[in-house]
Design a protein around this ligand. Structure first.
Ligand code: AMP
Length: 141
């Protein structure tokens, strides 16, 4: 199994070394907007505990992570009036993983509207800030 490397970009966000557009934080978990959203409101839920992905994560990490994924999926459905929510999580590069700290994508979906490509264009910071504010409003945060 590949080793965890704490120079990855999400570890830097967790350490506060680089900025993110935060949506939610608790003792174990941070959620922030994806800078290249596949749909408006696309966010990432990241455990603070270090693991590359699902394959090397402690079960305890998953046990605290997924209730937050559910909370944010519900919030995203309401905040963006989505028809559905796509949950995605990639394990190692051949499966599409590009950042090697475990994270779960929460992506609003709409009837008949295809997703933008994974890792497509960067969204404007003010749009990401507006989307994060919409999510925080639903969360009451
Ligand atoms: P993956 O590892 O394939 O699940 O994809 C990593 C995701 O992180 C992609 O959707 C990127 O758009 C997103 N991403 C990369 N860098 C940042 C960043 N600094 N802040 C927020 N999202 C990021």
């Amino acid at each position: 199994m590949n080793a965890y490397d704490d120079s990855n970009i999400f570890a830097k966000i967790l350490r506060g070394e680089i900025p993110s557009t935060k949506v939610y934080e608790d003792a174990d978990t941070l959620a922030f907007m994806d800078v290249m959203p596949q749909s408006p409101g696309h966010l990432l839920v990241v455990p603070k505990a270090a693991s590359r992905n699902l394959l090397d994560a402690e079960p305890e990490t998953l046990a605290t992570l997924f209730p937050v994924v559910q909370k944010l999926a519900r919030a995203a459905k309401e905040a963006f009036a989505a028809d559905g929510i796509f949950i995605a999580q990639f394990n190692e590069a051949p499966a599409g993983q590009t950042v090697f700290h475990l994270h779960v994508h929460v992506i609003p979906r709409y009837d008949g509207i295809p997703l933008k490509p994974h890792g497509g264009g960067m969204e404007k910071p003010e749009i990401l800030a507006d989307h994060a504010a919409k999510l925080r409003a639903v969360l009451g945060a």
